[in-house]
Each structure stands twice: as structure tokens, then as C-alpha cells.
Design a binder for this molecule. Structure first.
Ligand code: GUN
Ligand code: ZN
Length: 449
């Protein structure tokens, strides 16, 4: 069994920090060590405590960098890697002009396979080790997505978008086909290695009532799958949904009445919510998913994080590439901070870094495996340089404490701060050139979902 000892400054959270002084919420270890064995964290603590357990184990010294759990992105579109930065439109025009045409290309397995490789390079290059992704309507896009994740031993969640109307013919399935293809993909991928499947009706506009019912049936038949969709992102989208579903009490009811609302449900955007919708989300334990760079890019609106949290709702946070403008969860936190500022709300860096690690893991019900550096977790972690650019280095000269350092990463960080990303104990960046030629240099153990 491959073992290694990682020496660095370590940060991991036990609970969401209540405020800047809540030091009980996390462990920060100046001279820390992670003992990694068989792709998992066997021990975490001070270097002086952990190193005696690791006789003859190679030491990888990442000092003075900061190691924290790999970032978790809870809403991203795999077939939109070449849609990112498409100019000038809000949601519905953006979908019709750029996104739908691009997604038709994923009918081609060769294209999907090439894009999957670049997609994962971007994720790990930005410190993301787990993501929840929408694939295209084509089952082959899901196969490409999960095959590449398996090759890299990454804990990925995804699903084929079900969509049977209001899009180009080349992107449409039918209610029955959407059900059958999704079911076959669940059988093939859910629980295979680290993969989990998400039942994925794209959104109300692109699914007929028949298809929405079929999605509900699938979800009921597979209660441990996730459910992902979009909700109340844009005013025109909401108005069109009301026309298409005249019997629904509101937008959320389209999903709720079909059994698609529960603790495994991730509702992308959830910006313009009615009081009844907020009640139902709270009552059902679903997760509104804040996508700050996307909401600014498409001019969608301001996510009311504090209002939802006050109702006990567990918000997730995500990039939403390709409407999102960066793969970086650091840049995502930067825009989240600004969106909350516009509403008189605060995003303290301790809470921010909890959110993109353990917080998103808790929303996914996976905090026993990912999102912390606790012993027993899979060794998915990121090595961060808070002084990666000259401007960051200059600012860091004046940083007094951990919170200030984290805030520099939150406001100024991006892929340049990601020194290394480990997936199941295997470094993904350092040997990227070699991997491109030869496949993974060191293959990790196969882990369960
Ligand atoms: N609503 C339905 N599909 C999409 C999508 O691909 N991106 C965003 N941002 N919203 C959507
Ligand atoms: Zn989306």
C-alpha cells in the first residue's frame, strides 16, 4: 500500500464557524502532517505527533503552503467548457444562442471524450476534487464524464439532462427515452468506484409534464441518487414556466408535485423565490445552490444567502461554468462576497472556506468521505500559495492572522494559487506533462462512492 507523509500548514473544519472568533470550528496546524495510506488520510495532526507513525515513509514537504480539503463545486455544466465567456445575453437568449448549439456537439463520443479530459484538467488545476455536473442529453456524454473521473479516481456526481421540448431537435429526448437512458446510466455508473448519479431534469421549460413525472419516478426508484435542476434564475424564465405549467402553484411546485424535492435536491440559482417556495425548500431540506459568477455574468440577480440561512436552509455554492466565468472556487467566493455586500450581508473568510469544503460536502451528505482532513477521509486535498502573485505577496506582507490570509485567497486567488491538487492521495498537477504521455504515473486505489 502506497504511503506518504505530507508536511504543510493544515486547515480543516469541524463545523461551520459561528464568527471570526469561533476557533472550535476548525483545526489550523502551523507545522502539520497528513499520513496518507491507500488513498485515505490515516492520520492528521502536528508533524511531531504524526511523523513517528510514518517510519520510512517518503515525506513531501509543502511548507510554507496551506493544505486544505479539495474544493467541492456543486453545480457545473460539463458540455459548456467552450461556452464560457459567450457575450451579451441573459439566460434564455444565452441558452438558445450559445449553449444549446454547443451541447449538440456532445453527440460525438470523440468530442465528449476530448472535452472530458480538458474538463478534469481544469477542475484539478483550480483545486476542485469533487463536482456535481450536468452532462448533455446524450448518454455518451455521461459515459465520457464518468469514464474520465474513474481514470482519475475522482468522486464525481453527474447525470444526463432530461429535456424533451423547447430546444433544438438534436438535443431532445422523449419522456420515455429520458427515463430509459437515465436508468441505464444509473445502473452503469451509480456506485461504481467513486461515482454517484444525479437525476437531472434540466429545468421546467425544457421538460414536458410527462417527462417531469418520469424524472420523479426515477428519483423515487433511486432514493440515494441526487436530483439536480434549475430554479428561479431569471424573471423571463419564471414567467415562461408559469405559462407552461399553469396548474403549478409556483415554479418550485413543478418539481415538488413530481416528488423531486427532498434533502438530495440541488436547486441551481434559486434567486427570485416566493415565500411559499422558501417554506417548501426549508420543510424538505433541499439545497438552493448559489452560483455567484454566473448570476453576475447573466445579470440574473442577487442570491439571498442570509434570508435562506435564517430559515435553516443549507445553501450550497458553485461555479455554474459555462454561465459561470471561472472554474475557481476562490473566484466564486470573491463574487459571492461582493453579491452579499450589495445586500448588506457578510461572508467571513472562515465561513467561506468552510462552505467550499465541508459545507458543500454536508449538503451532499458526503462529509464522512470528503470535505475535511479527518482521519478516514479520502485524501482529496489542495495545496495553496497565498502569495502566488506579486500583488498577493505584497498584501500578505501585512496579513496578521489566518483570517486575513484566507481573505487574500478569497479575493485575489485563482488557479495560480493552486500549487498541487491531490486526488485519493495522488498528485494531479506536478506530473501533468508526464501523465499526458503515459497515463497516470501513480494509480490510486479504487475507492467506493
Ligand atoms: N437553466 C437551464 N439550463 C441552464 C444552463 O445550462 N445554465 C444556466 N445558468 N441556467 C440554466
Ligand atoms: Zn446551471
Amino acid at each position: 500500500m502506497t504511503r506518504k507523509l505530507i508536511r504543510a500548514r493544515l486547515l480543516t473544519f469541524h463545523t461551520e464557524p459561528n464568527g471570526p472568533d469561533d476557533t472550535q470550528a476548525y483545526d489550523y496546524i502551523e507545522d502539520g502532517a497528513l499520513l496518507v495510506a491507500g488513498g485515505r488520510i490515516e492520520a492528521m495532526g502536528t508533524f511531531s505527533d504524526v511523523s513517528p507513525m510514518a517510519c520510512d515513509v517518503p515525506v513531501i514537504d509543502h511548507r510554507p503552503y496551506l493544505v486544505m480539503p479539495g474544493f467541492i463545486d456543486t453545480h457545473i455544466h460539463f458540455p459548456q467548457v467552450q461556452v464560457i465567456a459567450s457575450w451579451g445575453a441573459q439566460l434564455l437568449d444565452w441558452l438558445n444562442s450559445y449553449t444549446f448549439p454547443e451541447e449538440t456537439r456532445f453527440a460525438d463520443t470523440g468530442h465528449a471524450t476530448r472535452m472530458a479530459s480538458t474538463f478534469y484538467d481544469e477542475l484539478v488545476g483550480h483545486g476542485t476534487t469533487t463536482a456535481v455536473a450536468f452532462c448533455s442529453v446524450h448518454p455518451q456524454s455521461v459515459d465520457a464524464f464518468f469514464s474520465e473521473a474513474a481514470r482519475r479516481n475522482m468522486a464525481m456526481i453527474g447525470g444526463k439532462v432530461m429535456m424533451d421540448r423547447n430546444a433544438p431537435d438534436a438535443l431532445l429526448d422523449t419522456a420515455q427515452q429520458g427515463y430509459d437512458e437515465s436508468k441505464a446510466l444509473i445502473d452503469r455508473w451509480h456506485g461504481t468506484g467513486r461515482a454517484r448519479y444525479a437525476v437531472t431534469p434540466r429545468f421546467a421549460i425544457t421538460s414536458t409534464p410527462d417527462q417531469m413525472r418520469a424524472a420523479g419516478t426515477l428519483a423515487a426508484e433511486h432514493p440515494d441518487c441526487l436530483i439536480q435542476t434549475h430554479l428561479s434564475e431569471n424573471r423571463d424564465e419564471i414567467a415562461y414556466t408559469a405559462e407552461l405549467y399553469p396548474q403549478a402553484r409556483d415554479y418550485l411546485d413543478v418539481y415538488e408535485r413530481n416528488g423531486l424535492l427532498g434533502p438530495n435536491t440541488f436547486l441551481g440559482h434559486s434567486i427570485h423565490l416566493e415565500p411559499r417556495e422558501i417554506d417548501a425548500i426549508a420543510d424538505n431540506g433541499a439545497h438552493p445552490t448559489f452560483c455567484p459568477t454566473s448570476n453576475l455574468f447573466l445579470g440574473s440577480g442577487l442570491f439571498d444567502d442570509a434570508g435562506l440561512r435564517a430559515r435553516g436552509i443549507g445553501n450550497a455554492i458553485a461555479t455554474d461554468v459555462g454561465a459561470g466565468t471561472s472554474y475557481s472556487m476562490l473566484q466564486t467566493l470573491q463574487d459571492a462576497y461582493k453579491i452579499l455586500q450589495l445586500q448588506g450581508q457578510k461572508l467571513h473568510p472562515l465561513r467561506a472556506f468552510h462552505w467550499i469544503t465541508r459545507g458543500n460536502a454536508v449538503a451532499l451528505g458526503m462529509e464522512d468521505r470528503i470535505g475535511t482532513l479527518d482521519a478516514g477521509s479520502v485524501a482529496d486535498f489542495v495545496v495553496l500559495d497565498s502569495a502566488a502573485t506579486s500583488a498577493m505577496a505584497l498584501r500578505m506582507e501585512r496579513a496578521q492572522d489566518l483570517s486575513e490570509e484566507l481573505f487574500v485567497l478569497q479575493m485575489m486567488g485563482d488557479s495560480r494559487s493552486v500549487v498541487e491538487t491531490y486526488v485519493a492521495g495522488v498528485a494531479q498537477i506536478g506530473d501533468r506533462a508526464a501523465r499526458a504521455d503515459t497515463g497516470l504515473k501513480e494509480s490510486g486505489p479504487i475507492l467506493a462512492a
